[in-house]
Structure formats: C-alpha cells, structure tokens
Design a binder for this molecule. Structure first.
Ligand SMILES: [Zn+2]
Length: 275
C-alpha cells in the first residue's frame, strides 16, 4: 500500500508532529496498572506475512525516527536461521515481536491440536530469544471452515486465553482501550474497521476508507495496522502488486460462488500470505 520511501516520509511526519506512538504491549501495560490510561496515542502494528526482509527495512526506518512498533511474525519463521536473525534484529531495534497465529486453521478447527501447536510455537520463539507478549490472529480468506469462524475464535476460548495470562491479543482484546479506532490496510486501502474483534461474523458495522492524515489527526487512541510485505521499493512495483491483488481477489470471489470450487481452493489458503 505504501512504498518504503513513502513509509519513511510518514514516519518522519509522525516524528515531526511529535505524535505519541507505541508498540502494542507497552500500550497495554500502560492501561493495565491501577489508574493507568492512555491519552492520544498511535499504536503501530505490522503483520509481516511472507517478507521478513521488508519488515526489517521498515523496522530500521521507524527506529531512525524514534518510533517503536509491533511486528507479528508467523511461527514457521522460527525454523530458518536467517529469519530468526531478522526477528532478533527487529527486537534489538527496540520493537516488539509478536506471534501472528493461525493455529485453528492449520489444525482444521481442532482446538486441542491448535493449542498444542500454539504452545510449541511460543516455545520455538522463546528458544530463539524472542519472548512473546502480544499476539494477533491471521485471516486466511480462502479457508473453508466448519465449526469455527476464523482464527480469532482460538483466543476467544476462555479456557485457552486463561492458560496464557501473560499474552495480550490485540484483536480480541481491542476493547480494553477506551474510544479506540482500528485502521488497517488489509484490503490495499486504508480503512477504519467497524468491528475488528467480531467482523468474521455477519455484522451491521461497516469499514470506511480513510486518509492517513485523518488517522494522525485523531485525538484518541488509534491502532494502525500496516502489512510490511506490501512495502514496495518503487511506485511502479506497487501499482503492479495492487493490480495483481485486485485481479486475484476478484477471481477468488467469483470462483468461490461455486461451493465445489471454494472447497478446491481451500487447501491453497496458505498462499494468501504472499499477497
Ligand atoms: Zn495476516
């Protein structure tokens, strides 16, 4: 949605305007102490998806402007030393590294298997020197589900959430912040998300396109979610990537009208992390 140089300019603007920014866990800890509250704060979070290299570039840009953010990584990145090194470098720049979980989809809605995978992944992060304090569910739009709405359901399970008291889920727990607005570039346009916690079910809340300036002008707590795998090197590449996403989304929606094709496409759901 942005080029790297555009993101650099945005960070510079945030810095020059002295807008208070925070990563997720620091904001949560501020309001968790007795009498704790947050005045105008921009909480910045990133879903890294398939490009840790771009996340690192983004992390360096933010660090240079005195901004800290949270970077949500999928668990499989723990298996490759070069990606572990990137997570460690991002953490050493003062950012938070969180877990972008999709365990319920990976385990086809089996909560026991999903919990075992979730727990093992936290341990993988820990052994790699990454202590996870906040988590964020991943979407997987192509996945056909029966018996669960999305990965958000995993941490909505009270017993599961209670067994990880040190973890904060930025989506399921979003309402701990007063008057919070959640902005996301998930659909390649920046939108104010009507109900980020429960928009995996039928809802009358709608998402509204907004400009970044509107977000920066907000007087309350805002959460800005930017996908770093889409931070392109040039405007031309960004146009191409946007057009490709539009075509793929249109095709997927058209094909998904057939229940048969929808089922055929479902096993490909992990590919959507690339776009
Ligand atoms: Zn995601």
């Amino acid at each position: 949605m942005y080029t790297l140089s555009e993101w650099q300019q945005i960070c510079s603007k945030i810095s020059k305007r002295k807008i208070v920014t925070s990563n997720v866990i620091d904001a949560f800890r501020k309001i968790s102490v007795p009498g704790g509250e947050l005045s105008k704060t921009l909480i910045i979070k990133h879903d890294v998806e398939c490009r840790p290299d771009l996340a690192l570039k983004c992390a360096q840009i933010e660090h240079d402007q005195g901004i800290t953010a949270t970077y949500y990584f999928h668990g499989f990145f723990n298996q490759t030393p070069e990606h572990v090194e990137i997570m460690q470098r991002i953490q050493s720049l003062g950012h938070e590294v969180g877990f972008h979980y999709d365990v319920l989809d990976l385990c086809d809605g089996d909560y026991i298997k999903a919990n075992a995978l979730f727990s093992k992944t936290l341990e993988d992060f820990r052994l790699n020197g990454i202590n996870i304090y906040s988590i964020c569910p991943h979407g997987n739009p192509l996945k056909v589900r029966c018996g669960w709405n999305s990965n958000k359901d995993f941490f909505k399970d009270v017993d599961i959430a209670n067994s990880y008291p040190h973890l904060f889920d930025i989506v399921n727990g979003v309402n701990v912040f007063d008057n919070v607005d959640y902005y996301s570039d998930a659909g390649y346009a920046l939108k104010s998300i009507g109900d980020i916690r429960d928009n995996d079910k039928p809802s009358d809340q709608i998402d509204v396109k907004v400009s970044l300036d509107e977000v920066l002008d907000k007087d309350s707590v805002s959460i800005l979610s930017v996908h770093t795998h889409r931070l392109c090197e040039s405007k031309m590449v960004l146009r191409f990537v946007k057009a490709r996403f539009g075509i793929l989304r249109f095709s997927a929606r058209l094909l998904s009208k057939s229940k048969f094709i929808k089922k055929l496409l479902s096993p490909l759901y992990t590919l959507t992390k690339r776009f």
